[in-house]
Design a protein around this ligand. Structure first.
Ligand SMILES: Nc1ncnc2c1ncn2[C@@H]1O[C@H](COP(=O)(O)OP(=O)(O)OP(=O)(O)O)[C@@H](O)[C@H]1O
Length: 748
């Protein structure tokens, strides 16, 4: 490897040539973009050229590519040597491609594991052949500093279970691990040079099927979902627009955290929102005037903070779970059926043709059959229109047959007159159909115990239904709805009015999907064209006990059936060191989750997690300040001090702010991710990462599923160091079975 590599000179020469071509391109582009023009088309072209120029100047010149693949095509025996970079580069004089974009079909060979029977898809065609060489380059300032031959995947697989042996090879730790080891400000970055083959499969999965990914903490779910967007935009520009892409993320903080990587990947203008922010806007027009949505964080406090009665927790838990369940979706559908079968009087429709006194009739049962069955797939209001149209055609058919039989010719005027009469008749007939209002229907369903019992068809326990109706009625009484009402309200709107097609997304990414309910995800499916969704999450990190997904099956079986969703798992974790992941895994083992959900240790070693205790009840401010300073001295930039609850993090912030320069407190309303040293509650660390995490009062994490998951989330945030603090004589029961050799005790 590196400079002794036999091909070093050849590769350096190739790089020098590439760079000199790029330099020429840069010079030409500089001249071209300077040109001032009134021509709109030229302005657009120049804008694009400006973007290209910026890339070449900022990155392309310095490091035009990171990999090479040699591919021998079966059909022609031609050997292609392809250099792969973050963006494709084409010579403007000869139109030769000198660097291939990582998203291009042929670049897939660089990421996939196969070598002998390799193939890539180019449009509808499959090109088969053999990969003769896969090569990675480390390049700094235009100089090759490392050449690594072979597929990364194989090396990583060899490593699993034998980390020490692996590290001695000095291979991955220079290329991939060097990447992982960086102490930057820990925001997300692109991983185009080191995408692994199982990640590549997800990035390049079929665009018209829902993709569901269960990935362990730090397996790159967020990162690859964003790379998938970049891939889709590059390859399907004709049918997909980035401004019609949507990224749903767990909180606003997270959105700013990921926002920087998108432009890096060439994806500038995707929409991003939390489900709640997006859905609240949609639901506004349904709500009566003056009604408000309750604070979404209230239930979290109820579950994680002490002093709440068990009965209260139980009621809330059942109500919120029900509102997010597919059982409730079925109830909503049942309600529409119920209305169609029980609240519409399907009378016979008759029309008398005066001239012959002939009576045309459509039996009530025919209309019932049309409304309650044949057109049941349509939203209620559109269904009325469709049935009306159908009935009108039937009457017209009967009328014209009768006229033919009686040899009566009607002139235009007479025809128009009959048409008017029929319309009036139909107006009158359909006016007795109940006008369904979305919100009133919803409220009725959730407050009328007998009705809800009938609609659930015995699937939900009777006592729970009574609890749900009683507590929902109290909330409605105060002119409030809960955040968990929003998805079912949108779903009901879809059933009654239909949703605006024009607002639909070309593709949706749902990140941290385990914290959304199945019904919320079903709603996202409704507004995403062709079910083009990428849903990623980790059941082990589901901290929203009261509403999140319990398993992916719920989605795959209950939501993504047409077309069927494709399920992937990612077990390799890249964020934290082996030592941190091992310790976190042991905590997680307390709750018996399936093996697929346990993270495989990563590729890097580091210090063992540290555990310290202190005797006083007040926070050991002096020691913490010292700790933070020590970590800063070591060069770590992002440090999170994490308390279990929002209340505790506020308290910690108050005690520490005077002594730690630049300290920031992060709460659920914050939208900016500042980096540096922050204090925050554990649930907000979701999806984020830091160089160092200091966990306060870990004795407060109790022996239950939700605390275990919450602690696991917090423990898997650090890239490099984990420091845990507990009060002397009090320790979290979640550590009872963690082997002591997995962490190191230290005094504060
Ligand atoms: N193939 C890869 N090469 C280099 N780094 C990678 C790779 N895959 C993931 N990473 C890194 O691993 C870290 C975790 O990635 P990411 O946050 O996307 O994971 P996640 O699965 O969404 O995590 P979590 O569920 O814990 O929030 C990031 O720093 C990312 O850059």
């Amino acid at each position: 490897m590196t400079v002794q590599h036999p091909d070093y000179e050849h590769e350096q020469k190739r790089l020098d040539e590439t760079r000199s071509i790029i330099q020429k391109e840069v010079d030409t582009l500089r001249k071209e973009v300077k040109e001032i023009t009134d021509d709109y088309v030229k302005q657009v072209v120049n804008y694009k050229k400006g973007k290209e120029l910026r890339y070449l100047e900022d990155q392309g010149l310095e490091k035009p590519y990171f990999g090479r693949v040699d591919f021998l095509k079966d059909e022609t025996y031609e050997l292609d040597s392809v250099y792969i970079g973050k963006r494709g580069i084409v010579r403007s004089d000869t139109f030769d491609s000198i660097v291939v974009d990582w998203r291009a079909p042929i670049a897939s060979l660089y990421y996939s594991g196969e070598s002998k029977d390799a193939y890539f898809r180019s449009g509808r065609e499959i090109v088969r052949g053999e990969v003769r060489l896969k090569r990675n380059f480390a390049i700094e300032d235009g100089k090759i500093t490392g050449i690594y031959d072979g597929a990364l995947k194989e090396t990583i697989h060899r490593e699993v279970g034998h980390p020490d042996e692996f590290l001695q090879e000095g291979y991955i730790d220079e290329f991939l691990a060097a990447n992982l080891n960086q102490t930057n400000d820990s925001r997300l970055k692109d991983i185009v040079a080191t995408i692994q083959s199982e990640q590549n499969d997800i990035i390049r999965a079929d665009k018209d099927r829902p993709v569901v990914v269960q990935g362990v903490a730090g397996s790159g779910k967020t990162t690859i979902a964003l790379h998938r967007l970049s891939y889709l935009i590059y390859n399907y520009q004709d049918s997909m627009m980035s401004k019609r892409f949507m990224v749903f993320a767990p909180n606003r903080l997270f959105l700013t955290y990921i926002s920087e990587v998108l432009p890096e990947l060439g994806v500038d203008d995707v929409q991003q929102a939390t489900f709640l922010d997006w859905a609240s806007k949609l639901v506004k027009s349904i709500l009566p005037k003056g009604w408000r949505i309750l604070d979404p964080h209230k239930p979290l406090q109820l579950f994680f903070e002490q002093g709440q009665s068990d009965a209260e927790r139980r009621t809330v838990l059942h109500r919120l779970r029900f509102k997010g369940s597919l059982a409730f979706r079925d109830v909503l559908q049942q309600y529409l059926l119920f209305v169609a079968e029980n609240r519409v009087a399907y009378k016979k429709l008759s029309f008398v043709y005066n001239r012959t006194k002939h009576v045309f009739t459509i039996p009530g049962e025919t209309i019932r059959q049309l409304f309650a069955e044949q057109y049941a797939h349509l939203p209620y209001r559109r269904r009325m229109e469709a049935v009306r149209k159908h009935v009108k055609q039937d009457i017209n058919k009967q009328l014209f047959a009768h006229l033919r039989e009686k040899r009566i010719d009607l002139d235009k005027q007479a025809l128009a007159k009959y048409e008017k009469m029929i319309d009036q008749l139909l107006d009158k007939y359909f006016s007795i159909f109940p006008e369904l209002d979305v919100f009133s229907s919803y409220r009725e369903m959730l407050t009328d115990t007998a009705l809800l019992k009938e609609l659930t068809k015995g699937e939900v326990n009777g006592e729970d239904i009574e609890d749900i109706c009683r507590s929902s009625a109290e909330i409605f009484e105060a002119e409030r709805i809960e955040p968990e009402d929003i998805a079912p309200l949108i779903y009901l709107r879809h059933l009654i009015e239909g949703l605006e097609q024009a607002d639909h997304f070309d593709h949706s990414v749902v990140d941290e999907a385990q914290d959304l309910s199945a019904l919320e995800i079903a709603v996202i499916g409704l507004v995403t064209k062709r079910h083009s969704l990428t849903v990623v999450g980790d059941i082990a990190q589901g901290i929203h006990a009261y509403r999140g997904l319990q398993s992916w099956e719920e989605l795959l079986e209950g939501v993504f059936q047409q077309p069927r969703g494709v399920y992937y798992t990612l077990a390799q974790s890249y964020r934290s060191t082996i030592e941190i992941m091992k310790c976190a895994n042991e905590v997680l083992r307390k709750i018996n989750l399936p093996e697929t959900i346990m993270a495989k240790p990563v590729l890097r070693h580091g210090e063992k997690p540290l555990l310290a205790s202190w005797d006083g009840k007040e926070l050991p401010v002096k020691n913490l300040v010292q700790l933070v300073n020590d970590y800063r001295q070591e060069g770590f930039q992002s440090i999170a001090i994490v308390a279990k609850t929002a209340g505790a993090s506020k308290k910690a912030y108050k005690s520490l702010k005077a002594s730690i320069e630049g300290l920031k407190l992060l709460g659920s309303k914050d939208t900016q991710f500042p980096g540096g040293v922050v204090v925050m509650p554990a649930y907000l660390t979701k999806g984020l990462q830091f160089d160092v995490v200091i966990l306060l009062n870990i004795e407060e994490y109790l022996d239950n599923e939700w605390d275990t998951k919450l602690l696991y989330v917090a423990m898997t945030r650090p890239v490099h160091r984990l420091f845990m603090i507990h009060q002397e004589d009090r320790m979290s029961p979640l550590f009872a079975d963690v082997p002591p050799e997995l962490y190191e005790k230290r005094s504060l």
